[in-house]
Each structure stands twice: as structure tokens, then as C-alpha cells.
Design a protein around this ligand. Structure first.
Ligand code: SF4
Length: 372
């Protein structure tokens, strides 16, 4: 089907091929564009896209931050170029967690718009996704692929009405599935292969998003709390501090975990001080490399439980381990549980203190010290 797409539509749906055609002049010589005025503006849009992705957490019910869309064509072009640059920046950075957040944010932003969108445009986008809006049915293989990363039991095939290989969905559910479909499309596309020269031109913006990422991680994980480490990480750190041998993978798992929860590089390097054959320069290089500060440009996320198991690093797993699939999720959950337990205790202490607070006038020492 054919629809007329204008700049004001394309800024809301910058992933459409029409949006990319709209900025084809910019894409022709990206290095020249990046050093131009529109290029600078587009980089600002790109950074704010990434910032919004980092702030958006659908599990906590955060409101989606909707960009302030431009109205004229020139600004719309810059805006769409900003979306393209955000993808380039994330690809140069290479952090899977950042990419995932970007995909989820873009999918939910799309969902925000599509719910009030004109019907021909919804149909057109569904068609671009390989879905048929009017039919209200989705073939099982396509459905399974779309919901692969959705955890809500409501979407499980076993809970759906399926006839002759087709899954029936309500109209509002169809829009939700379009949202999930966009997330899977973006996940499949990213990271892009970006030439080294382009990534080096983008170094200042990459540094900016790196510090944004670090800031957000520290905010989310809070101050480093070693009593909340998962058993695997406690075990490998114990081994390290007692001078035991750690494989390359174990070092990678420990370093990336500590970096992800916000421990500074000097403290991480310090932990390696007892390792057999400790070499300050080599350790500094390795730690900086894993944390993306040594010119690698890649900020690594610590391995998932499945990978830890494969490498024999999943040790002393406890009951909490059975409910998570990532050591970082263990750490976050443990801290949250502890904070919940401590909250009523703190309140009780505060209330207790309030009751016991002595009357200022009845305190003889205060009376004595008060000037007359
Ligand atoms: S299940 Fe995960 S968090 Fe728990 S010990 Fe194993 S790897 Fe670590």
C-alpha cells in the first residue's frame, strides 16, 4: 500500500526506509556532515536519544520521554540524522546493555505514537514489519519470534487462542506486538559495522555517552556493597585476594562485574595486587581495556550466569540464584531486598529517637551552656 509520508511523520518513525532516504544527502559523506553545523546539532539529538534510553525503565513504570519534534523540513532532517547517529554511536561504543536500552526505548516511543496514529500509517508500518494489521491473526512462527524476549505469561502461546497455525490477537494487543517487533528488528540490526575512522571522529561524543552510562549504572546500583556480591563473584574475589590462580575468563568476569557496579579502576587494580605474578602495567592495561577506558572503545558487560556455568565459574549458587540469570541481577536484587528490610528498622529507630529526644530545657548541660 502507498502512503504519503512527510517530515513530521518521519521524525516519529525514523526507522522507516523513507526516513533514511530523506537524509540521504547527509549519509553520502558522513565525515563532512559530522564536522558541519547540522552535524553538530544532529549529534546533540543523538546524545539526547541515548540519554533518554538510559533513563527509561519500563519495569519501574517510568514515563517515556517524548522528544520535542521539529516542524520544518530542515530541522526534521537534522533530527532524523540524530537518530541515525545514535545508532552509529552505540555501534562504536559496542555495549550490549546500552544497545538493548536504546532498542527498548525506541520501541516504546514508537508505541506511544502509534496508539493515536492515523490508520493508513499504522497499516503501512505493520506491512513494513511483515505483519497484517487488519487480520488480527499472526502466524505462530512470527508470533513466537516477536514474543521471544517478553516475560509476561499473558503472551505465552499456551495462553493464546490458536487456530490452524494462527494466533488470534485483539487490536490493542496487535499494537503491542508491533512494539515488540520493532524492538526485535532493532536488536537484529545493532551493532552496525562502522569504520574505525568514523568512530574516532566521534570520540568526544563517545566519551560523553560513556560517562552518562557510568553515571546511570552507579545510580542504579548505588554505592558498591561487597556483601551483596553473588556467590560466584565473592568466590573468585576471595581466590584473588588469597593469591590463587584465575583464568582469563574469571578475571574478565570479575573485572567487568566490578566495573559494571561502579567500582573505580584504581580499586579494581588494587584487588589484583595479591594475584600471582602481579604486574601493575599489564593489569592496568587489561582492566582499562575491559572497562573501555584503554582505547578499546568497548565497555564490556559481565557474563551471564549461563556463560559463567559454561566456564565453571558458577559456584556456591544459592536460592536467590535460582530466580536470576545474571550476576548483576543478583547484586541488584540483594541490595533491594536489604534496603527493604532495613527501611522499617530505620523508621523505628528514628521514631524511637523522636520519643526519647530530651526536652531542651530539661537538659542541665544545655542550660549551663546557654548564654544568659
Ligand atoms: S547462578 Fe549466576 S549469580 Fe549465582 S553463582 Fe551462578 S553465575 Fe553467579
Amino acid at each position: 500500500m502507498q502512503v504519503v509520508l512527510e517530515g513530521r511523520d518521519l521524525v516519529k518513525y525514523p526507522f522507516l526506509k523513507e526516513a533514511q532516504w530523506y537524509i540521504k544527502d547527509y549519509a553520502a559523506s558522513i565525515d563532512t556532515f559530522l564536522t558541519s553545523k547540522p552535524g553538530e546539532l544532529a549529534l546533540r539529538v543523538a546524545t539526547s536519544f541515548i540519554e533518554s534510553s538510559l533513563s527509561f525503565r519500563k519495569s519501574t513504570g517510568t514515563e517515556i520521554s517524548v522528544p520535542d519534534y521539529p516542524h520544518d523540513n530542515a530541522e526534521s532532517r537534522v533530527f532524523i540524522a540524530g537518530y541515525a547517529l545514535a545508532r552509529i554511536l552505540l555501534s562504536c561504543y559496542g555495549d550490549r546493555n546500552m544497545i538493548e536500552r536504546f532498542c527498548v526505548y525506541q520501541a516504546w516511543l514508537f508505541y506511544h505514537h502509534i496508539q493515536t496514529e492515523r490508520i493508513d500509517l499504522v497499516q503501512y508500518i505493520a506491512e513494513q514489519f511483515g505483519m497484517e494489521y487488519r487480520s488480527h491473526v499472526i502466524p505462530v512462527p512470527q508470533y513466537v519470534h516477536i514474543i521471544a524476549s517478553v516475560s509476561d505469561a499473558h503472551w505465552r502461546l499456551i495462553n493464546r487462542h490458536v487456530v490452524s497455525g494462527q494466533v488470534f490477537v485483539e487490536q490493542d494487543e496487535f499494537l503491542e506486538l508491533m512494539r515488540e517487533k520493532l524492538a526485535t528488528i532493532l536488536r537484529d540490526q545493532l551493532p552496525l559495522r562502522i569504520p574505525e575512522e568514523i568512530c574516532s571522529i566521534l570520540t568526544p561524543s563517545l566519551d560523553e555517552i560513556k560517562s552518562l552510562h557510568q553515571e546511570r549504572m552507579i545510580e542504579e546500583f548505588g554505592p558498591v556493597d561487597d556483601s551483596a556480591y553473588p556467590p560466584c563473584i565473592s568466590a573468585l574475589l576471595l581466590c584473588l585476594t588469597q593469591g590463587g590462580y584465575l583464568s582469563h575468563m574469571a578475571r574478565f568476569a570479575g573485572t567487568s562485574f566490578l566495573h559494571n557496579i561502579g567500582m573505580d579502576l584504581v580499586s579494581i587494580i588494587d584487588l589484583y595486587g595479591n594475584a600471582p605474578g602481579f604486574d601493575l602495567d599489564r593489569t592496568s592495561y587489561q582492566v582499562s581495556h575491559i572497562s573501555g577506558d584503554g582505547g578499546s572503545g568497548t565497555d564490556y558487560t559481565s557474563p551471564m550466569c549461563a556463560t559463567m556455568k559454561t566456564h565453571g565459574l558458577c559456584v556456591h549458587a544459592d536460592t536467590l540464584c535460582a530466580t536470576i540469570n545474571h550476576p548483576l541481577a543478583y547484586y541488584k536484587r540483594k541490595k533491594m531486598e536489604r534496603a527493604k528490610k532495613e527501611r522499617p528498622l530505620m523508621r523505628k529507630n528514628i521514631e524511637g529517637k523522636t520519643k526519647e529526644r530530651p526536652d531542651r530545657n530539661s537538659n542541665p548541660s544545655r542550660r549551663r551552656d546557654r548564654p544568659t
